[in-house]
Design a protein around this ligand. Structure first.
Ligand code: SAM
Length: 511
């Protein structure tokens, strides 16, 4: 790697020479084109997003972003995804705040596509935060049924919840527990994603500083935990069900070697299902490493090298549990308290005409004094580990007057019978910066006083209050208020605001 001072002045841009001199050179013999690999790792990644199927179709999103000069381009093999112009920061655009899209790297979008998900399946995301894949799974299940999103980190689960709330996901219960000990009382699952913590070598294009910290010893340290997580995933999988194991690292010690050990341990009870990724370039799992011969069957794993699809690096293995494995009885779901919810729903009916809509589409429950959650009608939270939350926190009832949360507004605002205010582009940016301002006399004349859904181009952004004085107060949450760019320009605010929390967490994470 370059000298420290030069490295600082170049804001950590890497050169192929840095890659050659790093511990990544131990992969020389397993990469098909070493020079292309080293060169790809030195280029920053273009941002990718997917359209939120519950809010907008990918074509309509493409038109919206095109209009704003963001140069959205289709991504072969990923029909819901769009690649944006280099340097665009999706999280700083109003359409992102409105939950129309989610930013996720190309390779990170792939595991969920391999899980063969269908509504009605019971699914566990064992290492879920910050939740990009959880959200994909939730929509593949049609935002119904039971998806459990588990993570060991409370802080990262908070970021996950922020993402799910923004996107309007209602079929998830979150649990905070060591996935390697996920309890048998939590039941078995049709599908489990084990997107395990790893040395993250494949994320170098997003975080060049990582190069200085790469060390094969990291893989040796992580391998036992990865093994334990995959083992527990297979134990919690129902007979005939499937587990998708993935990492964003190149290290065979965290990839094929883990899968080989697990296959040996489970014997006939588990088989590797070869995967096929139409229109995506990939390489088979390796069967030779450091002079050691590995089982041929590992070719059924898949490696994604950064130069193949202009992406990060990734590894996946799809495992199926034999139908003859012993089945466990279905778990007892945790009861959700619907005590004291009707009064509040009647209040929402009286002002926004939302009562019938809520009753027809969701179950409402109260978890704590602060307010109410909406959850898919057929969702069953686990009894163990106890859920941190189930569904979307949509109505705050411990304030006067009670008010829908921003997540609640994004989910329900389109169905409201009135009490909306349409903002122009400048007003929209002021609203997202949490500024108070006076709407035009025409807007005021046609808008009732009190709480309102603030909208732009017909899409709900969150809640606002129109005061008697004529001032519109933004209730957009401070922790989301990095979403401020106007007219499609990334970050046009004169005094840069920090990115919303859920995005900071997303950038922090390996995937
Ligand atoms: C690679 S990240 C997961 C990314 C996530 N699947 C996504 O798509 O947003 C790995 C996650 O595993 C969590 N983790 C680490 N050890 C864990 C354990 N023993 N049990 C459960 N989660 C764990 C970390 O907190 C981290 O959020």
């Amino acid at each position: 790697m370059s000298e420290p001072s030069e490295r600082r002045s170049r804001a950590l841009t890497l050169t192929p020479a840095d890659i050659h001199a790093s511990s990544l050179s131990r992969y020389r013999d397993i990469v098909d084109d070493w020079d292309a690999f080293a060169e790809a790792l030195c280029r920053p990644l273009d941002p990718l997003i997917w359209a939120n199927p519950s809010r907008i179709g990918v074509e309509a999103l493409r038109e919206l972003l095109d209009e704003q000069g963001l140069d959205p381009r289709p991504v072969p093999g990923l029909p819901e995804a769009l690649r944006l112009a280099p340097g665009v920061r999706p999280g700083q655009h109003w359409w992102y705040c409105a939950g129309l899209a989610h930013a996720q790297e190309l390779v990170s979008q792939l595991p969920v596509r391999l899980m063969d998900l269908r509504p009605g399946q019971r699914v566990l995301d064992l290492c879920a935060a910050p939740g990009g894949k959880t959200a994909q799974i939730a929509f593949a299940l049609d935002n119904r049924g039971t998806l459990i999103a588990n993570d060991l980190s409370t802080a990262r689960l908070k970021a996950l919840q922020g993402n799910l709330d923004r996107l309007g996901v209602v079929n998830v219960s979150t649990t905070c527990s060591d996935g390697a000990n996920w309890p048998a009382a939590g039941g078995q699952f049709d599908r489990i994603l084990a997107d395990v913590p790893c040395s993250s070598e494949g994320t170098l294009r997003r975080n060049a500083a990582l190069l200085g910290r790469l060390d094969p010893d990291n893989s040796a340290r992580l391998a036992p935990r990865q093994h334990a997580l995959l083992r527990q995933a297979l134990r919690r999988c129902r007979p005939g069900g499937r587990v998708l194991y993935s990492t964003c690292t190149f290290a065979p010690e965290e990839n094929e070697l883990i899968v080989a050990e697990i296959l040996a341990e489970f014997g006939d009870l588990v088989r590797l299902v070869p995967v096929h990724l139409p229109e995506i370039r990939s390489a088979p799992g390796i069967t030779q490493w450091q002079g050691r011969r590995l089982p041929q069957v590992l070719e059924g794993c898949v490696r994604l090298w950064p130069h193949q699809n202009d992406s990060g690096g990734f590894f996946m293995a799809l495992l199926e549990k034999d139908a003859s494995a012993p089945a466990e009885p279905p778990p007892e779901p945790e009861a959700l308290s619907s005590e004291d919810v009707e009064t509040w729903i009647e209040g929402l009916e009286a002002r926004y005409g939302l009562g019938q809509y809520i009753r027809a589409h969701y179950r409402v429950h109260r978890r704590a004094r602060r307010g109410l959650h909406l959850v898919a009608a057929d969702h069953e939270p686990p009894r163990a580990p106890r859920a941190e939350a189930s569904g979307l926190f949509f109505h705050r009832t411990n304030v006067r007057p009670p008010k829908p949360t921003t997540g609640g507004a994004l989910l329900l605002g389109q169905a409201a019978s009135g009490y909306r205010i349409e903002l122009d582009a400048e007003q929209r940016d002021r609203y997202l910066r949490r500024e108070s301002f006076e709407p035009s006399p025409e807007q005021r004349a046609s808008t009732p006083l009190g709480q309102l859904f603030a909208c732009h181009r017909g899409q709900v952004l969150g809640m606002a209050v129109l005061h008697r004085s004529g001032v519109l107060e933004s209730l957009f949450p401070s922790r989301w208020s990095g979403c401020t760019a106007g007219g499609g320009e990334a970050y046009s605010s004169p005094s840069p605001l920090k990115e919303p929390d859920f995005l900071n967490h997303q950038h922090m994470t390996a995937k």
